[in-house]
Design a protein around this ligand. Sequence first.
Ligand code: FAD
Length: 569
Amino acid sequence: MPKPRVIYWFRTDLRLHDSPALNVALNLHPDCLYPVWTWDPHYVYRARVGSNRWQYLLECQADLSKSITELNPQSKLLLIREAPQTVFPKLFKAWKITHLVFEKDTDAYARERDGEVVKLAEEAGVKVLIKCGRTLYDPDLLVQANNGKPTMSISQVQAAAKKLGPVPRPIPAPTSLPSPGDTSLPFSQSKPAPSPDLNSNHRSTTDESYANLAGPNNDFAIPTLHELGINEATTPHHGGETLALQQLDKILTNKTYTATFEKPKTAPTDFEPQATTLLSPHLHFGSLSVRQFYWGVQDTIAVYHGTPSTPPTSLIGQLLFRDMYFGAQASLGHAFSHTHNNPQCRFIPWHLPSTISPATNRPTDTYTIDSPQAEEWFSRWRDGRTGFPFVDALMRQLRTEGWIHHLGRHLLACFLTRGGCYISWERGAAVFEEFLLDHEVACNAGNWQWLSCTAFYSQYYRCYSPVAFGRKWDREGRFVKRYVPELEAYGEKFIYEPWKAPRADQRKWKCLVGGDGMSIEENGVKVYPKPMFDFGERRDVCLKGMKKAYEVGLYGDDERVLDGRWREL
Ligand code: FAD
Protein backbone atom coordinates (compact mmCIF):
# COMPACT_ATOMS: atom_id res chain seq x y z
CA MET A 1 0.00 0.00 0.00
CA PRO A 2 1.46 3.42 -0.92
CA LYS A 3 1.78 5.73 2.08
CA PRO A 4 -0.83 8.49 2.46
CA ARG A 5 -0.28 11.90 0.91
CA VAL A 6 -2.19 14.33 3.07
CA ILE A 7 -3.38 17.91 2.82
CA TYR A 8 -3.88 19.34 6.28
CA TRP A 9 -6.24 22.27 5.81
CA PHE A 10 -5.71 24.95 8.50
CA ARG A 11 -8.74 27.18 9.14
CA THR A 12 -10.03 27.74 12.68
CA ASP A 13 -6.98 26.09 14.26
CA LEU A 14 -3.84 28.14 13.72
CA ARG A 15 -1.76 26.12 16.18
CA LEU A 16 0.25 22.94 16.62
CA HIS A 17 -0.56 22.22 20.29
CA ASP A 18 -3.68 20.24 21.14
CA SER A 19 -5.04 19.94 17.64
CA PRO A 20 -7.18 16.79 17.45
CA ALA A 21 -7.52 17.14 13.69
CA LEU A 22 -3.79 17.55 13.10
CA ASN A 23 -3.29 14.53 15.33
CA VAL A 24 -5.58 12.50 13.07
CA ALA A 25 -3.51 13.58 10.06
CA LEU A 26 -0.23 12.62 11.74
CA ASN A 27 -1.62 9.28 12.87
CA LEU A 28 -1.95 8.38 9.20
CA HIS A 29 1.90 8.38 9.16
CA PRO A 30 1.84 10.18 5.83
CA ASP A 31 4.54 10.13 3.25
CA CYS A 32 4.00 13.86 2.80
CA LEU A 33 1.94 16.46 4.61
CA TYR A 34 0.93 19.68 2.90
CA PRO A 35 0.00 22.32 5.51
CA VAL A 36 -2.40 24.48 3.52
CA TRP A 37 -4.35 27.66 4.13
CA THR A 38 -6.74 28.59 1.34
CA TRP A 39 -7.62 32.23 0.95
CA ASP A 40 -11.39 31.99 1.16
CA PRO A 41 -12.98 34.77 -0.91
CA HIS A 42 -15.90 34.81 1.51
CA TYR A 43 -13.60 36.35 4.11
CA VAL A 44 -11.35 38.23 1.76
CA TYR A 45 -14.09 40.02 -0.12
CA ARG A 46 -17.43 39.62 1.59
CA ALA A 47 -17.10 39.53 5.36
CA ARG A 48 -16.66 42.73 7.31
CA VAL A 49 -13.10 42.51 8.58
CA GLY A 50 -11.28 45.59 9.84
CA SER A 51 -7.53 46.04 9.51
CA ASN A 52 -6.84 45.03 13.11
CA ARG A 53 -8.34 41.57 12.62
CA TRP A 54 -6.53 41.21 9.31
CA GLN A 55 -3.22 41.93 10.99
CA TYR A 56 -4.01 39.47 13.78
CA LEU A 57 -4.76 36.75 11.24
CA LEU A 58 -1.54 37.37 9.33
CA GLU A 59 0.41 37.27 12.61
CA CYS A 60 -1.19 33.93 13.51
CA GLN A 61 -0.30 32.55 10.10
CA ALA A 62 3.29 33.81 10.29
CA ASP A 63 3.81 32.31 13.74
CA LEU A 64 2.31 28.99 12.70
CA SER A 65 4.42 28.87 9.57
CA LYS A 66 7.58 29.53 11.61
CA SER A 67 6.68 26.73 14.06
CA ILE A 68 6.07 24.31 11.20
CA THR A 69 9.48 25.16 9.74
CA GLU A 70 11.11 24.66 13.15
CA LEU A 71 9.78 21.10 13.15
CA ASN A 72 10.71 20.51 9.53
CA PRO A 73 12.95 22.94 7.63
CA GLN A 74 11.42 21.64 4.36
CA SER A 75 7.97 22.73 5.38
CA LYS A 76 5.92 25.86 6.12
CA LEU A 77 2.34 27.07 5.86
CA LEU A 78 1.38 27.00 2.20
CA LEU A 79 -0.85 29.98 1.64
CA ILE A 80 -2.93 29.49 -1.47
CA ARG A 81 -4.87 32.40 -2.86
CA GLU A 82 -7.95 30.77 -4.23
CA ALA A 83 -11.29 29.48 -2.96
CA PRO A 84 -11.11 25.94 -1.54
CA GLN A 85 -14.00 24.85 -3.74
CA THR A 86 -12.06 25.58 -6.91
CA VAL A 87 -8.47 25.00 -5.85
CA PHE A 88 -8.74 21.65 -4.05
CA PRO A 89 -9.70 19.52 -7.06
CA LYS A 90 -6.60 20.89 -8.81
CA LEU A 91 -4.37 20.28 -5.78
CA PHE A 92 -5.69 16.73 -5.31
CA LYS A 93 -4.62 15.94 -8.83
CA ALA A 94 -1.33 17.85 -8.97
CA TRP A 95 -0.07 16.57 -5.61
CA LYS A 96 -1.63 13.07 -5.84
CA ILE A 97 -3.42 13.55 -2.56
CA THR A 98 -5.01 10.58 -0.78
CA HIS A 99 -6.39 12.31 2.34
CA LEU A 100 -7.80 15.72 3.27
CA VAL A 101 -7.95 16.43 7.00
CA PHE A 102 -9.38 19.46 8.80
CA GLU A 103 -10.97 20.73 12.01
CA LYS A 104 -14.76 20.72 12.13
CA ASP A 105 -16.42 24.12 11.73
CA THR A 106 -20.13 24.40 12.52
CA ASP A 107 -20.61 28.01 11.36
CA ALA A 108 -23.48 28.06 8.90
CA TYR A 109 -21.40 29.36 5.99
CA ALA A 110 -18.53 26.96 6.77
CA ARG A 111 -20.83 23.94 6.77
CA GLU A 112 -21.96 24.75 3.25
CA ARG A 113 -18.42 25.37 2.02
CA ASP A 114 -17.11 22.20 3.66
CA GLY A 115 -20.00 20.17 2.27
CA GLU A 116 -18.98 21.24 -1.24
CA VAL A 117 -15.32 20.42 -0.56
CA VAL A 118 -16.14 16.98 0.84
CA LYS A 119 -18.16 16.21 -2.28
CA LEU A 120 -15.31 17.31 -4.53
CA ALA A 121 -12.84 15.22 -2.54
CA GLU A 122 -15.05 12.16 -2.80
CA GLU A 123 -15.34 12.67 -6.55
CA ALA A 124 -11.54 12.79 -6.71
CA GLY A 125 -11.22 9.64 -4.61
CA VAL A 126 -9.71 11.55 -1.69
CA LYS A 127 -10.65 10.42 1.81
CA VAL A 128 -11.82 13.22 4.12
CA LEU A 129 -11.23 13.14 7.88
CA ILE A 130 -12.85 15.83 10.05
CA LYS A 131 -12.32 16.22 13.78
CA CYS A 132 -13.77 18.64 16.30
CA GLY A 133 -11.34 20.78 18.31
CA ARG A 134 -12.73 24.32 18.29
CA THR A 135 -15.00 24.00 21.31
CA LEU A 136 -15.07 21.98 24.52
CA TYR A 137 -17.81 19.76 23.09
CA ASP A 138 -18.70 19.03 19.50
CA PRO A 139 -21.59 21.52 19.01
CA ASP A 140 -23.65 18.94 17.10
CA LEU A 141 -23.26 16.39 19.91
CA LEU A 142 -24.09 19.06 22.46
CA VAL A 143 -27.33 19.80 20.63
CA GLN A 144 -28.08 16.09 20.36
CA ALA A 145 -27.54 15.72 24.11
CA ASN A 146 -29.85 18.71 24.63
CA ASN A 147 -32.68 16.66 23.14
CA GLY A 148 -31.95 17.97 19.66
CA LYS A 149 -32.68 21.56 20.68
CA PRO A 150 -30.47 24.66 20.47
CA THR A 151 -28.61 25.31 23.72
CA MET A 152 -30.24 28.47 25.06
CA SER A 153 -29.04 28.48 28.67
CA ILE A 154 -25.97 27.56 30.61
CA SER A 155 -27.88 24.97 32.63
CA GLN A 156 -28.85 23.23 29.39
CA VAL A 157 -25.17 23.16 28.41
CA GLN A 158 -24.20 21.75 31.80
CA ALA A 159 -26.88 19.03 31.64
CA ALA A 160 -25.95 18.08 28.07
CA ALA A 161 -22.24 18.12 28.91
CA LYS A 162 -22.83 15.63 31.71
CA LYS A 163 -24.20 13.18 29.18
CA LEU A 164 -21.18 13.68 26.92
CA GLY A 165 -18.59 12.99 29.62
CA PRO A 166 -15.45 14.91 30.54
CA VAL A 167 -13.73 17.30 28.15
CA PRO A 168 -10.77 15.39 26.64
CA ARG A 169 -7.30 16.30 27.93
CA PRO A 170 -5.12 18.30 25.52
CA ILE A 171 -2.82 16.47 23.13
CA PRO A 172 0.85 17.57 23.14
CA ALA A 173 2.17 19.41 20.09
CA PRO A 174 4.00 17.19 17.58
CA THR A 175 7.78 17.10 17.81
CA SER A 176 8.29 16.55 14.10
CA LEU A 177 6.29 16.95 10.90
CA PRO A 178 6.53 15.15 7.56
CA SER A 179 7.71 17.21 4.59
CA PRO A 180 5.31 18.20 1.90
CA GLY A 181 6.16 16.65 -1.43
CA ASP A 182 6.53 18.57 -4.63
CA THR A 183 4.65 21.85 -4.15
CA SER A 184 4.68 23.02 -7.74
CA LEU A 185 1.35 24.17 -9.12
CA PRO A 186 1.34 23.15 -12.77
CA PHE A 187 -2.03 24.85 -13.27
CA SER A 188 -1.14 28.18 -11.67
CA GLN A 189 -1.14 31.25 -13.87
CA SER A 190 0.46 34.53 -13.07
CA LYS A 191 -1.94 37.40 -12.96
CA PRO A 192 -1.14 41.00 -12.17
CA ALA A 193 -0.97 41.73 -8.44
CA PRO A 194 -3.81 43.90 -7.14
CA SER A 195 -3.29 47.61 -6.80
CA PRO A 196 -3.73 48.44 -3.14
CA ASP A 197 -6.39 50.92 -2.10
CA LEU A 198 -4.89 52.22 1.10
CA ASN A 199 -7.89 54.35 1.93
CA SER A 200 -10.13 51.40 2.46
CA ASN A 201 -10.38 48.60 4.96
CA HIS A 202 -11.88 46.44 2.29
CA ARG A 203 -10.27 44.77 -0.64
CA SER A 204 -10.06 46.84 -3.77
CA THR A 205 -9.62 43.82 -6.00
CA THR A 206 -12.08 41.31 -7.34
CA ASP A 207 -11.76 37.54 -6.85
CA GLU A 208 -10.83 37.29 -10.49
CA SER A 209 -7.85 39.63 -10.35
CA TYR A 210 -6.30 38.31 -7.21
CA ALA A 211 -2.75 37.47 -8.20
CA ASN A 212 -1.02 34.19 -8.56
CA LEU A 213 -2.28 31.26 -6.48
CA ALA A 214 0.97 30.95 -4.59
CA GLY A 215 1.51 34.70 -4.24
CA PRO A 216 3.38 37.21 -6.37
CA ASN A 217 6.71 35.39 -5.85
CA ASN A 218 5.19 31.97 -6.27
CA ASP A 219 6.39 31.02 -2.78
CA PHE A 220 3.08 30.61 -0.86
CA ALA A 221 4.05 33.58 1.26
CA ILE A 222 1.80 35.23 3.81
CA PRO A 223 0.79 38.60 2.35
CA THR A 224 1.31 41.94 4.05
CA LEU A 225 -1.52 44.35 4.84
CA HIS A 226 -0.09 46.67 2.20
CA GLU A 227 -0.20 43.98 -0.44
CA LEU A 228 -3.82 43.31 0.44
CA GLY A 229 -4.65 46.98 0.16
CA ILE A 230 -5.62 47.29 3.80
CA ASN A 231 -4.98 50.24 6.12
CA GLU A 232 -2.37 49.93 8.82
CA ALA A 233 -3.59 48.28 11.99
CA THR A 234 -3.86 50.27 15.22
CA THR A 235 -4.32 47.51 17.79
CA PRO A 236 -1.75 46.88 20.53
CA HIS A 237 -2.87 43.21 20.64
CA HIS A 238 -0.95 40.64 18.65
CA GLY A 239 -1.67 37.19 17.33
CA GLY A 240 0.09 33.85 17.14
CA GLU A 241 0.29 30.58 19.02
CA THR A 242 3.57 31.53 20.75
CA LEU A 243 2.01 34.63 22.31
CA ALA A 244 -1.22 32.78 23.12
CA LEU A 245 0.59 30.10 25.12
CA GLN A 246 2.69 32.71 26.92
CA GLN A 247 -0.44 34.66 27.81
CA LEU A 248 -2.20 31.54 29.08
CA ASP A 249 0.85 30.59 31.17
CA LYS A 250 0.95 34.03 32.74
CA ILE A 251 -2.71 33.79 33.71
CA LEU A 252 -2.37 30.29 35.14
CA THR A 253 0.68 31.33 37.16
CA ASN A 254 -1.63 33.65 39.09
CA LYS A 255 -3.44 30.80 40.84
CA THR A 256 -5.77 32.97 42.91
CA TYR A 257 -6.88 34.98 39.86
CA THR A 258 -7.51 31.80 37.86
CA ALA A 259 -9.30 29.87 40.59
CA THR A 260 -11.47 32.69 41.95
CA PHE A 261 -12.24 34.63 38.74
CA GLU A 262 -15.77 36.03 38.81
CA LYS A 263 -16.81 37.87 35.70
CA PRO A 264 -19.28 40.32 37.29
CA LYS A 265 -16.51 41.50 39.62
CA THR A 266 -14.08 42.41 36.82
CA ALA A 267 -13.98 46.07 35.80
CA PRO A 268 -14.77 47.06 32.21
CA THR A 269 -12.72 50.20 32.82
CA ASP A 270 -9.43 48.46 33.64
CA PHE A 271 -6.67 48.74 31.06
CA GLU A 272 -3.02 47.82 31.01
CA PRO A 273 -3.78 45.29 32.29
CA GLN A 274 -7.40 44.61 31.50
CA ALA A 275 -9.43 42.71 34.11
CA THR A 276 -10.21 39.59 32.09
CA THR A 277 -7.90 37.21 30.21
CA LEU A 278 -8.06 38.73 26.70
CA LEU A 279 -7.68 35.23 25.31
CA SER A 280 -10.77 35.51 23.09
CA PRO A 281 -8.92 36.53 19.87
CA HIS A 282 -6.54 33.58 20.36
CA LEU A 283 -9.52 31.26 20.79
CA HIS A 284 -11.15 32.76 17.73
CA PHE A 285 -8.17 32.05 15.48
CA GLY A 286 -7.47 28.74 17.19
CA SER A 287 -3.97 29.91 18.13
CA LEU A 288 -4.98 28.72 21.59
CA SER A 289 -6.76 25.45 22.19
CA VAL A 290 -9.89 25.90 24.29
CA ARG A 291 -9.24 22.52 25.93
CA GLN A 292 -5.75 23.62 26.94
CA PHE A 293 -7.31 26.71 28.55
CA TYR A 294 -10.05 24.62 30.21
CA TRP A 295 -7.68 22.02 31.68
CA GLY A 296 -5.19 24.68 32.75
CA VAL A 297 -7.95 26.25 34.84
CA GLN A 298 -9.30 22.92 36.14
CA ASP A 299 -5.82 21.78 37.20
CA THR A 300 -5.23 25.08 38.98
CA ILE A 301 -8.52 24.76 40.82
CA ALA A 302 -7.68 21.17 41.81
CA VAL A 303 -4.64 22.31 43.81
CA TYR A 304 -6.06 25.61 45.03
CA HIS A 305 -6.41 25.82 48.80
CA GLY A 306 -9.18 28.43 48.98
CA THR A 307 -12.75 28.35 47.71
CA PRO A 308 -12.79 28.47 43.92
CA SER A 309 -15.45 30.28 41.93
CA THR A 310 -17.95 28.20 39.97
CA PRO A 311 -19.92 28.52 36.71
CA PRO A 312 -21.50 30.62 35.39
CA THR A 313 -19.26 33.42 36.73
CA SER A 314 -15.95 31.47 36.84
CA LEU A 315 -13.51 31.05 33.97
CA ILE A 316 -14.93 27.60 33.28
CA GLY A 317 -18.36 29.26 33.17
CA GLN A 318 -17.10 31.69 30.51
CA LEU A 319 -15.97 28.79 28.33
CA LEU A 320 -19.34 27.11 28.78
CA PHE A 321 -21.04 30.29 27.52
CA ARG A 322 -18.87 30.03 24.42
CA ASP A 323 -20.01 26.45 23.87
CA MET A 324 -23.62 27.49 24.50
CA TYR A 325 -23.55 29.95 21.58
CA PHE A 326 -21.81 27.46 19.31
CA GLY A 327 -24.50 24.90 20.17
CA ALA A 328 -27.31 27.37 19.47
CA GLN A 329 -25.78 28.30 16.13
CA ALA A 330 -25.07 24.68 15.18
CA SER A 331 -28.73 23.92 15.66
CA LEU A 332 -30.26 27.01 14.04
CA GLY A 333 -27.80 27.54 11.17
CA HIS A 334 -28.04 30.78 9.20
CA ALA A 335 -31.21 31.83 11.05
CA PHE A 336 -29.21 32.21 14.25
CA SER A 337 -27.50 35.37 12.99
CA HIS A 338 -30.77 37.17 12.26
CA THR A 339 -34.24 37.76 13.60
CA HIS A 340 -35.81 36.76 10.30
CA ASN A 341 -36.93 33.14 10.45
CA ASN A 342 -35.26 32.59 13.81
CA PRO A 343 -37.68 30.67 16.06
CA GLN A 344 -35.70 31.55 19.20
CA CYS A 345 -35.38 35.28 18.60
CA ARG A 346 -38.11 37.62 19.77
CA PHE A 347 -39.39 40.03 17.20
CA ILE A 348 -39.12 43.64 18.35
CA PRO A 349 -40.26 46.38 15.96
CA TRP A 350 -37.03 48.30 16.39
CA HIS A 351 -37.05 51.95 15.41
CA LEU A 352 -40.80 51.94 15.56
CA PRO A 353 -42.75 53.81 18.20
CA SER A 354 -43.65 52.21 21.45
CA THR A 355 -47.21 53.45 21.17
CA ILE A 356 -49.79 53.26 18.41
CA SER A 357 -52.45 55.95 18.38
CA PRO A 358 -55.86 54.31 19.05
CA ALA A 359 -57.52 56.96 16.89
CA THR A 360 -55.48 56.42 13.75
CA ASN A 361 -53.94 53.03 14.47
CA ARG A 362 -50.69 54.63 13.36
CA PRO A 363 -47.49 55.39 15.23
CA THR A 364 -47.76 58.40 17.51
CA ASP A 365 -44.37 59.64 16.44
CA THR A 366 -42.56 59.41 13.16
CA TYR A 367 -40.07 56.90 14.35
CA THR A 368 -39.91 54.64 11.39
CA ILE A 369 -37.20 52.44 10.03
CA ASP A 370 -36.03 55.31 7.85
CA SER A 371 -36.12 57.85 10.63
CA PRO A 372 -33.29 60.30 9.98
CA GLN A 373 -33.00 60.79 13.73
CA ALA A 374 -32.43 57.10 14.40
CA GLU A 375 -29.94 57.00 11.57
CA GLU A 376 -28.06 59.85 13.14
CA TRP A 377 -28.06 58.09 16.51
CA PHE A 378 -26.74 54.96 14.85
CA SER A 379 -23.84 56.73 13.16
CA ARG A 380 -22.98 58.67 16.31
CA TRP A 381 -22.94 55.41 18.29
CA ARG A 382 -20.82 53.70 15.65
CA ASP A 383 -18.33 56.58 15.51
CA GLY A 384 -18.05 57.14 19.28
CA ARG A 385 -19.61 60.60 19.39
CA THR A 386 -22.89 60.07 21.25
CA GLY A 387 -22.02 62.74 23.83
CA PHE A 388 -22.04 60.12 26.61
CA PRO A 389 -18.32 59.83 27.46
CA PHE A 390 -18.40 56.24 28.69
CA VAL A 391 -20.20 55.01 25.57
CA ASP A 392 -17.83 56.96 23.34
CA ALA A 393 -14.72 55.76 25.18
CA LEU A 394 -15.77 52.14 24.77
CA MET A 395 -16.59 52.58 21.11
CA ARG A 396 -13.27 54.30 20.44
CA GLN A 397 -11.44 51.52 22.30
CA LEU A 398 -13.20 49.00 20.08
CA ARG A 399 -12.37 50.86 16.89
CA THR A 400 -8.71 51.44 17.66
CA GLU A 401 -7.83 48.31 19.62
CA GLY A 402 -10.36 45.69 18.55
CA TRP A 403 -11.15 44.41 22.02
CA ILE A 404 -13.34 45.64 24.86
CA HIS A 405 -14.32 44.07 28.14
CA HIS A 406 -17.49 42.02 28.23
CA LEU A 407 -19.37 44.51 30.41
CA GLY A 408 -18.32 47.32 28.10
CA ARG A 409 -19.88 45.33 25.26
CA HIS A 410 -22.97 44.98 27.46
CA LEU A 411 -23.31 48.73 27.80
CA LEU A 412 -22.77 49.44 24.09
CA ALA A 413 -25.25 46.79 23.01
CA CYS A 414 -27.92 47.72 25.54
CA PHE A 415 -27.58 51.42 24.68
CA LEU A 416 -28.00 50.83 20.95
CA THR A 417 -30.99 48.52 21.33
CA ARG A 418 -33.46 48.38 24.23
CA GLY A 419 -31.71 50.89 26.49
CA GLY A 420 -31.45 54.07 24.41
CA CYS A 421 -31.64 54.09 20.62
CA TYR A 422 -34.13 51.25 20.03
CA ILE A 423 -32.16 50.19 16.96
CA SER A 424 -31.95 46.56 15.83
CA TRP A 425 -29.27 44.37 17.39
CA GLU A 426 -28.37 43.14 13.92
CA ARG A 427 -27.00 46.55 12.97
CA GLY A 428 -24.89 46.67 16.11
CA ALA A 429 -23.64 43.14 15.52
CA ALA A 430 -22.49 44.17 12.03
CA VAL A 431 -20.39 46.99 13.52
CA PHE A 432 -18.86 44.61 16.07
CA GLU A 433 -18.18 42.16 13.26
CA GLU A 434 -15.99 44.71 11.54
CA PHE A 435 -14.02 45.86 14.56
CA LEU A 436 -13.69 42.94 17.00
CA LEU A 437 -10.47 40.94 16.91
CA ASP A 438 -12.36 38.03 18.43
CA HIS A 439 -15.37 38.25 16.14
CA GLU A 440 -17.06 34.88 16.25
CA VAL A 441 -20.34 34.56 14.35
CA ALA A 442 -21.97 32.46 17.08
CA CYS A 443 -20.75 34.49 20.07
CA ASN A 444 -21.42 37.87 18.51
CA ALA A 445 -24.96 37.14 17.33
CA GLY A 446 -25.77 35.26 20.54
CA ASN A 447 -24.53 37.97 22.87
CA TRP A 448 -26.31 40.69 20.90
CA GLN A 449 -29.52 38.71 21.27
CA TRP A 450 -28.86 38.38 24.99
CA LEU A 451 -28.25 42.09 25.47
CA SER A 452 -31.20 43.17 23.34
CA CYS A 453 -33.41 40.73 25.30
CA THR A 454 -34.49 39.00 22.11
CA ALA A 455 -33.13 35.59 23.18
CA PHE A 456 -31.25 33.99 26.11
CA TYR A 457 -32.22 36.76 28.55
CA SER A 458 -35.50 38.54 29.11
CA GLN A 459 -35.14 41.06 31.94
CA TYR A 460 -35.54 44.03 29.64
CA TYR A 461 -36.43 46.33 32.52
CA ARG A 462 -32.82 46.06 33.77
CA CYS A 463 -31.03 48.74 31.84
CA TYR A 464 -27.47 50.12 31.91
CA SER A 465 -27.09 53.84 32.55
CA PRO A 466 -24.30 55.32 30.40
CA VAL A 467 -23.46 57.63 33.31
CA ALA A 468 -23.86 55.56 36.49
CA PHE A 469 -22.40 52.33 35.08
CA GLY A 470 -19.03 53.84 34.19
CA ARG A 471 -18.89 55.81 37.42
CA LYS A 472 -19.49 52.65 39.45
CA TRP A 473 -16.23 51.16 38.18
CA ASP A 474 -14.05 54.20 37.73
CA ARG A 475 -15.07 57.35 39.65
CA GLU A 476 -12.20 59.44 38.35
CA GLY A 477 -12.86 58.51 34.73
CA ARG A 478 -9.32 57.31 33.93
CA PHE A 479 -10.71 55.03 31.26
CA VAL A 480 -12.77 57.81 29.67
CA LYS A 481 -9.78 60.15 29.61
CA ARG A 482 -7.64 57.55 27.89
CA TYR A 483 -10.02 57.11 24.97
CA VAL A 484 -11.71 60.54 24.96
CA PRO A 485 -8.63 62.67 25.60
CA GLU A 486 -10.45 65.92 24.86
CA LEU A 487 -12.02 65.55 28.33
CA GLU A 488 -8.61 65.15 29.99
CA ALA A 489 -8.99 68.19 32.26
CA TYR A 490 -12.52 67.38 33.45
CA GLY A 491 -12.71 66.35 37.10
CA GLU A 492 -14.59 63.55 38.79
CA LYS A 493 -17.78 65.60 39.09
CA PHE A 494 -18.34 66.12 35.36
CA ILE A 495 -16.31 63.45 33.56
CA TYR A 496 -19.39 61.29 32.90
CA GLU A 497 -21.71 64.29 32.35
CA PRO A 498 -19.58 67.05 30.81
CA TRP A 499 -22.64 68.86 29.48
CA LYS A 500 -23.50 69.78 33.08
CA ALA A 501 -20.23 71.65 33.63
CA PRO A 502 -20.57 75.45 33.68
CA ARG A 503 -19.48 77.08 30.43
CA ALA A 504 -16.67 78.96 32.19
CA ASP A 505 -15.24 75.66 33.45
CA GLN A 506 -15.57 74.10 30.01
CA ARG A 507 -13.51 76.99 28.67
CA LYS A 508 -10.98 76.68 31.47
CA TRP A 509 -10.64 72.94 30.76
CA LYS A 510 -10.18 73.69 27.06
CA CYS A 511 -13.08 71.57 25.85
CA LEU A 512 -16.49 73.00 25.05
CA VAL A 513 -19.55 70.78 24.97
CA GLY A 514 -21.77 71.27 21.95
CA GLY A 515 -22.73 70.09 18.48
CA ASP A 516 -22.71 66.53 17.21
CA GLY A 517 -19.06 65.71 17.48
CA MET A 518 -18.15 66.80 13.98
CA SER A 519 -16.94 70.24 15.11
CA ILE A 520 -13.27 71.00 14.88
CA GLU A 521 -11.21 72.44 17.68
CA GLU A 522 -10.22 76.08 17.42
CA ASN A 523 -7.41 77.95 19.12
CA GLY A 524 -6.55 74.95 21.22
CA VAL A 525 -10.13 74.68 22.51
CA LYS A 526 -11.59 71.27 21.70
CA VAL A 527 -15.22 70.37 21.25
CA TYR A 528 -16.98 67.34 22.68
CA PRO A 529 -20.57 66.62 21.53
CA LYS A 530 -23.71 67.28 23.51
CA PRO A 531 -25.57 64.07 24.45
CA MET A 532 -27.62 63.00 21.46
CA PHE A 533 -30.73 62.57 23.60
CA ASP A 534 -32.07 62.71 27.12
CA PHE A 535 -31.21 59.24 28.34
CA GLY A 536 -34.00 59.08 30.95
CA GLU A 537 -36.64 59.90 28.34
CA ARG A 538 -35.25 57.37 25.89
CA ARG A 539 -35.08 54.65 28.50
CA ASP A 540 -38.79 55.13 29.24
CA VAL A 541 -39.71 55.01 25.55
CA CYS A 542 -37.66 51.83 25.08
CA LEU A 543 -39.14 50.18 28.16
CA LYS A 544 -42.65 50.82 26.91
CA GLY A 545 -41.71 49.46 23.51
CA MET A 546 -40.19 46.31 24.97
CA LYS A 547 -43.16 45.74 27.26
CA LYS A 548 -45.55 45.96 24.32
CA ALA A 549 -43.38 43.67 22.17
CA TYR A 550 -43.19 41.10 24.95
CA GLU A 551 -46.99 41.22 25.35
CA VAL A 552 -47.50 40.68 21.63
CA GLY A 553 -44.92 37.87 21.87
CA LEU A 554 -43.88 37.33 18.27
CA TYR A 555 -40.76 35.41 17.22
CA GLY A 556 -38.68 35.74 14.07
CA ASP A 557 -40.31 32.74 12.37
CA ASP A 558 -43.91 33.85 13.04
CA GLU A 559 -45.92 34.10 9.84
CA ARG A 560 -47.13 37.52 10.90
CA VAL A 561 -43.54 38.68 11.09
CA LEU A 562 -42.56 37.07 7.82
CA ASP A 563 -45.43 38.58 5.85
CA GLY A 564 -45.40 42.01 7.58
CA ARG A 565 -48.74 41.56 9.40
CA TRP A 566 -47.07 42.45 12.71
CA ARG A 567 -47.79 46.07 11.79
CA GLU A 568 -51.47 45.42 12.37
CA LEU A 569 -50.99 44.14 15.91
P1 FAD B 1 -12.77 36.18 29.66
O1 FAD B 1 -13.72 36.81 30.59
O2 FAD B 1 -11.37 36.07 30.11
O3 FAD B 1 -13.36 34.76 29.32
C1 FAD B 1 -12.57 33.68 28.84
C2 FAD B 1 -13.11 33.20 27.53
O4 FAD B 1 -14.46 32.76 27.66
C3 FAD B 1 -13.16 34.27 26.47
O5 FAD B 1 -11.91 34.42 25.85
C4 FAD B 1 -14.24 33.77 25.54
O6 FAD B 1 -13.75 32.84 24.63
C5 FAD B 1 -15.18 33.06 26.48
N1 FAD B 1 -16.30 33.94 26.84
C6 FAD B 1 -16.39 34.76 27.89
N2 FAD B 1 -17.58 35.36 27.93
C7 FAD B 1 -18.25 34.92 26.86
C8 FAD B 1 -19.55 35.17 26.35
N3 FAD B 1 -20.41 35.98 26.95
N4 FAD B 1 -19.90 34.58 25.20
C9 FAD B 1 -19.05 33.74 24.57
N5 FAD B 1 -17.83 33.44 25.02
C10 FAD B 1 -17.44 34.02 26.15
N6 FAD B 1 -16.97 36.89 22.34
C11 FAD B 1 -16.29 36.37 21.29
O7 FAD B 1 -15.44 35.51 21.48
N7 FAD B 1 -16.55 36.78 20.02
C12 FAD B 1 -17.49 37.74 19.74
O8 FAD B 1 -17.72 38.08 18.58
C13 FAD B 1 -18.19 38.32 20.84
N8 FAD B 1 -19.12 39.31 20.64
C14 FAD B 1 -19.79 39.83 21.72
C15 FAD B 1 -20.77 40.81 21.51
C16 FAD B 1 -21.47 41.35 22.58
C17 FAD B 1 -22.55 42.38 22.34
C18 FAD B 1 -21.19 40.92 23.88
C19 FAD B 1 -21.93 41.48 25.06
C20 FAD B 1 -20.23 39.94 24.12
C21 FAD B 1 -19.53 39.38 23.04
N9 FAD B 1 -18.57 38.37 23.24
C22 FAD B 1 -17.90 37.84 22.16
C23 FAD B 1 -18.40 37.72 24.55
C24 FAD B 1 -17.36 38.32 25.48
O9 FAD B 1 -17.57 39.70 25.62
C25 FAD B 1 -15.93 38.05 25.04
O10 FAD B 1 -15.74 36.68 24.78
C26 FAD B 1 -14.96 38.43 26.16
O11 FAD B 1 -15.17 39.76 26.56
C27 FAD B 1 -13.56 38.23 25.67
O12 FAD B 1 -12.64 38.72 26.59
P2 FAD B 1 -11.75 37.75 27.45
O13 FAD B 1 -11.04 36.79 26.57
O14 FAD B 1 -10.93 38.59 28.34
O15 FAD B 1 -12.86 36.98 28.29
